[in-house]
Design a protein around this ligand. Structure first.
Ligand code: ACO
Length: 434
């Protein structure tokens, strides 16, 4: 962390002595005030529910400029990575190692990931314990957590080699587990991975092949899936990533930490939004119903939100949403679905919302989830699995952030404070006297 000479002075209106606190500069983005000594010096905590103004760590992985609508992985704009940056595994290498791989590094990385895609045969019994209609996210929370029980020999988080092996295992096995969750839900046999296919093509093979019929890989659809994975790979200190870091801060093993991240991602305000956005479009049904739906969204008492719109950090068009809209168009074109009514409805809804004073004044723009549901549906992925695909993509971001945290000398167990507003100390009264 760069320590600047600048300091912030905090003064108090009750006459308590003022306090100087160091200010640190990042390479880009807002500076931070180091308040670590505040409690010791004043006996006071800061109050920041939702971390609106609090940086919980320093990181050199992903940077978002929410006002500009800019997303950088290790300094590279997401648009360049999605269009010219090679496939998803190249992005994985970048996020994990800080640099794009050269040809030899790429070959070695792809080969290592490819050789770890199978899960222990015993894993199928975890799946068989679930109801067939279980939500895939509940299955993933369980099975990813269960992975930790297979690798006792390489779970020493203080050993850099063990951390590396766990990262590779997670990236390699997530597609297998997501596809197994799907196959189990529809009662088809699990399909084993194939080493001659790319990461995304192999995932589609495990999803859509059966013992009686091999899935024919379509390059346009594989590219679309690869783009979904690249766009969702990391997003700095979002809720699920912070969950992974917090779980990991106690020294928990990486599989348990990623399971915690999956649990957090499941929520509709986070990863569940793509599923919710598609259901919303289906519910609206036709362009004629948009005005009445927008009126409901604007009515605070209705509890209705425009799903796939708005973001805690982006106060401009989410750059991933633009790329996703482009992919949506390509996929529908390839499948002869260019007149897809939901895509048309989404574009009409976006246009109306972007011109509406309610959305303009609150800087509410489409986020990545607004279009990703339509793309996934076109690829044949069932709605209930959308968030599972997000988890598959985000695993590399989670594990890169976890690795960064473990090797950070400033890392401490995450332990927020509170403003206590409950009953002060009191005595227990015997039950017959209450
Ligand atoms: N529809 C209608 N109004 C909205 C929406 C929305 N989607 N999002 C925010 N607003 C309104 C809020 O009601 C609030 O209005 P007010 O100032 O009159 O009270 C204002 O915009 C500010 O919104 P906040 O809720 O304070 O913003 P916050 O940063 O807390 O929430 C969030 C961000 C959770 C993403 C929110 O925009 C939302 O719920 N969006 C819909 C769900 C969604 O698409 N989530 C995906 C996020 S991206 C991802 O995880 C990949």
């Amino acid at each position: 962390m760069t320590n600047s000479e600048t300091k912030a002075t905090l003064s108090f209106s009750d006459g308590s002595p003022s306090l100087e606190m160091p200010i640190y500069k990042g390479s880009i983005g807002p500076d931070v005030i180091d308040i670590r000594k505040l409690y010791g010096a004043t006996g006071m905590f800061t109050y920041d529910p939702g971390f609106m103004s609090t940086a919980a760590c320093n990181s050199s992985i992903t940077y978002i400029d929410g006002d500009k609508g800019e997303l950088l992985y290790r300094g590279y704009p997401i648009e360049q990575l999605a269009v010219n940056g090679g496939d998803f595994l190249e992005t994985c290498y970048l996020l994990l190692n800080g640099e794009l791989p050269n040809a030899a590094q790429k070959e070695e990385f792809v080969s290592t990931v490819t050789k770890h895609t199978m899960v222990h045969e015993q894993m199928q019994f975890f799946f068989r314990g679930f109801r067939r209609d279980a939500h895939p996210m509940s299955v993933l929370v369980g099975t990813v957590g269960a992975l930790s029980s297979f690798y006792h020999d390489s779970l020493d988080i203080n050993d850099p080699h063990h951390r590396e092996v766990s990262a590779i295992r997670l990236i390699a096995k997530m597609p297998t587990l997501v596809a197994m969750a799907y196959k189990y839900s529809i009662g088809q046999p699990f399909v084993y991975p194939r080493n001659d296919l790319s990461y995304s093509a192999n995932f589609m093979h495990m999803m859509f092949s059966t013992p009686c019929e091999e899935y024919k890989v379509n390059d346009v659809l594989v590219r679309a899936l690869d783009r979904i994975l690249i766009l969702h790979a990391d997003h700095e200190q979002n809720a699920s990533t912070s969950t992974v870091r917090l779980a990991g801060s106690s020294g928990a093993n990486p599989f348990a930490c990623i399971a915690a991240g999956i649990a957090c991602l499941w929520g509709p305000a986070h990863g569940g939004a793509n599923e919710a956005a598609l259901s919303m479009l289906e519910e609206i049904g036709s362009v004629d119903n948009i005005p009445s739906f927008i009126a409901q969204v604007k009515d605070k008492n209705s509890g209705v939100k425009l799903m796939g719109f708005g973001h805690r950090v982006y106060k401009n068009y989410d750059p991933r949403a633009k790329l996703m809209r482009e992919t949506c168009y390509e996929v529908l074109q390839e499948l002869g679905l260019q007149d897809d009514p939901l895509f048309k409805l989404a574009m009409a809804l976006e246009k109306i919302a972007l011109e509406d004073e309610y959305f303009v004044s609150r800087k509410l723009y489409p986020n990545v989830d607004f279009y990703s549901g339509i793309v996934q549906r076109a690829l044949g992925i069932p709605t209930a699995l959308f968030t599972g695909i997000f988890a598959l993509a985000r695993t590399v971001g989670w594990i890169a952030q976890w690795k960064e945290m473990i090797s950070d000398p400033e890392q401490k167990i995450g332990r927020p404070r509170q403003l206590f507003v409950g009953a002060p100390k009191r005595d227990v009264v015997a039950i017959d006297k209450r």
